[in-house]
Design a protein around this ligand. Structure first.
Ligand code: AMP
Ligand code: MG
Length: 354
């Protein structure tokens, strides 16, 4: 299949280009589009045949449900069997934005979207291209991240082309994604709010808006404790994910210790092709002291984990392009957006640490 590629102005999307993309969705095809978090791979969320194509193109297990993207709260409510006051409080504060709510599903939602679960994931993104596409399509758009299953999520349209070129009808190029990690997923389907996936909206912000504690399952930072795909409320979180081809090793400890550990590792494995993903604070220690790595990146400040979130996935992909066998990634405190960064690292690293 030929994949068309359209460049769209993210601040003022052209109606004609959006109408072309919406036509693909209405015809049951696949369109990759930018959101504020990462690029999504979209299909008509109420058409099971179209939704099935998403699983095929990505090689995604059918047991991993999809998020439905909407362009208004009215459209969001129609997908849920009930809408608690907590959803209103969160919508008021964070939507449109990088927050996905899990709620009991209404009967319009196809089984394939929820992988047969009783709940549905709903997201109202804050990206003009995404919103224009959803509106013009007239349906909620089912969209996982637009990467091959298991690979790092795409933060640039080129990443989508690398993974899905020839497999989907259209890519809308709206430039780099702003947040760089996927949305926060919060379940409001049980008695207490549960943070299923940390993201751009932090646990601390959610608790402030809800005025109650948000439960963080231990598996967010310890995926090896997963009780198994069948037994969990958010199946996708337990598949290996976000991973580059190279082995990812997390470098722990305070910033100075991390530099020492990286240097020791390089001395011990001199034949290996190593990529180093460093915080801005430690980056000069590697560059100025002539540490040899096939790839060295400044991910951003350890004190501003949102900078790291923004660069992490594209740095993973660049390490692969540079032919790294191992990637040493410096770690940050699991607070604020740092929790999202550490969650993605734990998943990609399969818990290898130094
Ligand atoms: P992705 O679309 O690749 O960002 O992944 C979507 C994530 O949302 C996966 O981890 C899914 O398991 C999760 N998800 C989607 N729908 C549901 C649902 N109905 N209940 C719980 N988790 C869900
Ligand atoms: Mg994904």
């Amino acid at each position: 299949m030929k994949t068309n590629y359209l460049r769209v102005d993210p601040s003022c999307p052209d109606h004609v280009l959006i109408a072309e993309a919406a036509e693909v969705i209405k015809q049951g095809g696949l369109v990759a589009f930018p959101t504020e978090t990462v690029y999504g791979l979209g299909a008509d969320g109420l058409n099971s045949e179209a939704v099935n194509k998403i699983f095929q193109a990505k090689g995604r297990p059918l047991a991993n449900p999809l998020i439905l993207h909407v362009a208004s709260l009215v459209q969001a409510r129609a997908l849920a069997a009930s809408w608690p006051s907590a959803a209103d409080a969160l919508a008021k504060r964070f939507l449109p934005g990088p927050l996905t709510l899990i709620l009991p599903r209404s009967e319009v939602v196809p089984d394939l979207v929820t992988a047969g679960l009783p709940n549905v994931a709903i997201r109202y993104p804050a990206n003009k291209i995404a919103l224009a596409l959803i509106k013009a399509s007239g349906v909620p758009i089912a969209a996982p991240s637009a990467n091959l299953s298991g690979r790092p999520s795409p933060t640039l349209p080129e990443h989508v082309l690398d993974d899905l070129g020839g497999k989907i009808e259209l890519i809308l190029d709206g430039g780099p994604a702003e947040v760089g990690v996927e949305s926060t997923i919060l379940s409001l389907a049980g008695d207490n709010p549960v943070l299923l996936r940390p993201g751009g909206v932090t646990k601390e912000e959610l608790e402030e808006a809800l005025k109650e504690e948000v439960i963080v399952p231990g598996t967010v930072l310890h995926p090896e404790k997963s009780p198994g795909v069948e037994a969990v409320p958010c199946p996708g979180l337990y598949f290996k994910h976000y991973a580059p081809q190279a082995q990812v090793i997390m470098v722990t400890g305070d910033p100075r210790e991390q530099v020492t550990k990286v240097k020791e590792y390089l001395a011990r494995h001199s034949g290996r092709r190593v990529g180093i993903l460093a915080t801005s604070e430690n980056y000069p220690s590697y560059r100025d002291l002539g540490v040899s790595a096939v790839y060295l990146a400044d991910l951003g400040s350890g004190c501003h984990p949102e900078e790291i979130a923004n660069h992490l996935f594209s740095a993973f992909r660049e390490c692969d392009v540079a032919g790294a066998e191992v990637i040493l990634v410096e770690t940050v405190a699991p607070e604020g957006v740092g929790l999202a960064v550490m969650n993605r690292l734990c998943r990609a690293a399969d818990q290898h640490e130094i």
